[in-house]
Design a protein around this ligand. Structure first.
Ligand SMILES: Nc1ncnc2c1ncn2[C@@H]1O[C@H](COP(=O)(O)OP(=O)(O)OP(=O)(O)O)[C@@H](O)[C@H]1O
Length: 807
């Protein structure tokens, strides 16, 4: 029996929609005679009030005739809320449909049919809103969805914060065709809306199901399944904690014979001394030696030291010392560290965690690109120190009184890479945070007269005041001077370092200033050189360098577009290449960093998002594929190598159109002395040319191929969405297969080329013993036969620069 009232047909049944022809991406209502499917005539049925469809009275029915695909929907019954349809039979032979309604009384008693598939967010909302809300089903469903959504959230957040920590030049990427951008925007808006809803639901779910300590009262009525889920989650959490604890070193793991007497004068607590021994930090670095006595005595410190000089512990140790000493007395948040980038925040957190491991310091990183829920959980765990990027901290904290209250307890505020905090876009959120903190400061309207006392002002934490540490690698001369001659509050230029100090409410007119940046600012063990080349030769030179001098190498590029082009080419060339830029998902960024750290010959192609602060152990080389736009960026990029008493090479690739920039660079940073030329073996370079050319060609072909199949897929999808037919003949490119074959052939050719070892210029493959290199055979035997340059001495780039000739 059909429903007693009838349909206007406004809710057009999908299968009853007309097939429209689809041509050149636009829909036309004209039917293509050839392809038109003859549709059965549907009876025109009139309904009085479509909106009220769910309230209509109707009886359960079983269709008395077979339903086939062509017949389409069955009088819209499946569109009425709570109608459950069961089919018998199959599509080919026809099926019988039963339209069942679950009675209200049944639904109330929890017998409502369970959704037989994951529900869309909109549907879910409806599902929960109706009067028949089934708590058990909803909770189970939400639990499942919450885990998936957590993953999805990370994607969204990473996308959302694309530009929060990125370097110069990446704006170039924004110059996408408008049409494409608006398509993307729409999809993104839709996704964000969807995720926003999911986020809210997850927050509710967390609040209701995941009591932080697992001490929530368990009611008898609580369905067993939920209890089970909760228990499973709790067990997992405990297991994770246990695992974490078991990987944590214990005092027994400490080699007590490590001599750390050089740290003695700082009177560090035992857990820190143990951590120093465990990490084999036998003596403080110069910046640590200079700042620790001041910071441990309670002074506000502004510290500047070259990259990789150990600044993190210069501010980390005083915080850990304070927390270790006051353990048990207070469980509030003791330290807040603000950094400009997410990676740096995570690194700083790990670094402090290392030194605080025996003092059981609890740390939290509040950064973009990670699940907000996870971070909220960390906050509920009452961390001793939070390391955060200002944007995410503000997002999580603002509007939440509990979190805001946490800030009231802080005893230390650290700004790491402080100069970058002054950049546009970050400064606002930073100012907001500082405003909150300033409420707990003493009245600062009085600018204290300079007195002997104020010269060595000690922060009295008992009064609620906190110590401020400001650290940077590039404290320019002008800034140094201005800090000394800081003007009264309100008189400093907005966005300047002095302005920042004013905002920090640093009433301390004489913060301890420790500046040990060397005159030429770059790390002392860094060796620098340049290669003059044409713009289109840069790929070749990078390939030459990373092949000739294997080692952990970072290639800095100014735009993400350039990165996207380079990475596949180098992959084709068989190089272990990884990408890092701000438009990548955070998870992927961290994964690539880990892979880079794990492989001593990996190449990281990065935008300036990686230029600052990242402490990757033992980076051998930094290549500036494009010249950095300022001396400061050069210093930070180059600072990724030659860290912690290791050597490193920084190589500039200078194209003719970069000469002006280059001149500025050496005039500022090298006092007018040019960077030495990096000696290149032209013989090998020429051999490498054909490989790079072939890889570039393959990449181009693959790009074209992808583009055309993307276009085809897009049209196919649009046709599907608009319910029109896709013209296979017209839109499927006949030469698709030919181009695939061409790519395959070229790949085979490249594979063959790459399998050929490159021999020095003048050496015949046939008569190895007859060439100019007398010990060639010995070298070939000694060197790994799989390497590309088996006959070349395995010199280091440093040695080549020192020798002044390609060796
Ligand atoms: N006293 C020490 N002895 C030996 N190694 C140390 C010592 N202190 C720190 N290090 C190591 O030196 C490396 C660099 O330290 P850190 O990241 O703090 O440098 P940084 O000055 O902050 O650099 P950047 O300006 O690039 O951020 C780290 O790997 C750290 O473990």
């Amino acid at each position: 029996m059909p429903p007693k009232k009838q349909n206007t047909g406004k809710k057009e049944n999908t299968k009853n929609k007309r097939q429209r022809s689809f041509n050149n991406g636009s829909a036309s209502t004209a039917l293509s005679a050839k392809k038109r499917k003859v549709q059965p005539q549907q009876p025109k049925i009139e309904f009085e009030d479509l909106n009220n469809i769910d309230s209509w009275d109707w009886n359960e029915i079983t269709s008395d005739s077979m339903i086939t695909d062509d017949l389409g929907g069955f009088l819209c019954l499946e569109e009425i809320d709570d109608v459950h349809i069961e089919y018998e039979g199959d599509d080919q032979n026809g099926k019988v449909a039963k339209f069942k309604r679950v009675k209200k009384s049944d639904r109330k008693s929890g017998k409502r049919a369970e959704p037989d598939r994951p529900l869309e967010v909109e549907e879910m909302k409806g599902f929960y809103d109706i009067d028949t809300f089934d708590e058990k089903l909803a909770a189970e469903h939400k639990l499942k969805e919450a885990d998936e959504a957590s993953e999805e959230n990370e994607t969204y957040e990473a996308m959302d914060e694309d530009n929060d920590d990125d370097g110069i030049g990446e704006e170039q990427v924004k110059e996408k065709p408008k049409k494409q951008a608006s398509e993307k925007d729409k999809a993104r808006d839709k996704k964000m809306k969807k995720l926003e809803q999911l986020k809210k639901q997850m927050e509710k779910l967390e609040a209701s199901l995941e009591d932080e300590d697992g001490e929530e009262e368990e009611s008898e009525e609580q369905p067993k399944k939920i209890k089970k889920e909760k228990k499973a989650k709790k067990d997992l959490k405990e297991e994770k904690e246990k695992e974490k604890k078991s990987t944590r070193p214990t005092v027994e793991d400490v080699d007590q014979s490590v001599d750390v007497t050089a740290w003695k004068s700082f009177k560090l607590v035992k857990p820190i001394v143990n951590a120093l021994k465990y990490n084999k930090f036998s003596e403080p670095t110069p910046i640590q030696r200079e700042t620790l006595p001041l910071a441990l005595a309670g002074r506000n410190v502004i510290g500047a030291a070259e990259t990789g000089s150990g600044k993190t512990l210069a501010f980390g140790i005083p915080m850990v010392q304070y927390i270790a000493k006051s353990q048990g007395k207070s469980d509030g948040l003791a330290g807040l560290v603000l950094t400009p980038t997410r990676e740096l925040a995570i690194q700083v957190k790990n670094h402090i965690e290392k030194i605080g491991t025996f003092a059981n310091i609890k740390m939290a990183a509040i950064v973009g690109g990670m699940s907000v829920q996870k971070q909220q959980r960390q906050l509920r765990n009452k961390p001793d120190i939070i390391v955060a990027t200002p944007g995410r901290l503000w997002e999580v904290f603002s509007g939440n009184d509990t979190y805001m209250d946490m800030l009231k307890d802080i005893k230390f505020l650290v700004l790491d890479e402080a100069d970058r905090m002054l950049e546009k876009g970050r400064f606002e959120e930073l100012t907001n945070i500082l405003d909150i903190l300033s409420n707990k400061k003493q009245d600062t309207t009085d600018w204290p007269e300079e007195s002997e006392d104020s010269k060595t002002r000690i922060v009295d934490k008992a009064t609620g005041d906190y110590q401020t540490f400001v650290f940077t690698a590039t404290l320019g001369k002008a800034i140094r001077y201005n800090i000394k001659s800081r003007k009264k509050p309100g008189k400093n230029a907005p966005g300047s370092m002095e302005d920042l100090l004013e905002r920090l409410e640093l009433i301390d007119r004489n913060p301890a200033l420790v500046d040990i940046t060397p005159e030429n600012v770059v790390a002392s063990r860094l060796v620098e050189a340049k290669i003059d080349c044409l713009k289109n030769e840069k790929d070749l030179y990078v390939y030459y360098f990373v092949t000739r001098y294997p080692g952990r190498t970072i290639v800095f590029v100014n735009s993400i577009d350039a990165l996207r082009r380079l990475i596949p080419i180098f992959k084709l060339l068989g190089i272990e290449v990884l990408g890092l830029h701000a438009q990548m998902q955070q998870k992927q960024r961290l994964k690539n960093l880990d892979r880079f750290k794990a492989n001593k010959n990996a190449v990281l192609m990065a935008s300036d998002v990686a230029a600052r602060g990242l402490d990757i152990p033992l980076v051998d080389h930094v290549i500036h594929y494009q010249l950095p736009r300022s001396g400061e960026i050069y210093v930070h990029r180059s600072g990724r190598t030659a860290r912690a008493n290791h050597d490193g090479v920084s190589l500039l690739l200078v194209a003719p159109d970069e000469l002006k920039l280059y001149t500025k660079l050496y005039k500022t940073l090298k006092k007018g002395v040019q960077y030495p030329d990096f000696p290149v073996d032209v013989g090998i370079l020429n051999e490498m040319k054909s490989r790079v050319q072939l890889a570039t060609e393959i990449d181009k072909l693959e790009h074209q191929e992808q583009k055309s199949s993307h276009d085809e897929n897009w049209m196919r999808k649009m046709a599907e969405e608009m319910d029109v037919e896709f013209d296979e003949e017209e839109h499927t490119k006949p030469n698709n297969n030919a181009s695939k074959v061409k790519i395959q052939n070229k790949k085979a050719e490249l594979k063959h080329l790459l399998s050929q070892p490159m021999l020095p210029f003048g050496v015949s493959r046939k008569y190895l013993t007859g060439g100019v290199i007398t010990d060639l055979v010995d070298r070939l035997i000694e060197n790994n036969k799989d390497v590309l340059l088996p006959a070349h001495a395995q010199t280091k780039a440093l040695e080549t620069i020192a020798a002044g000739k390609a060796t």
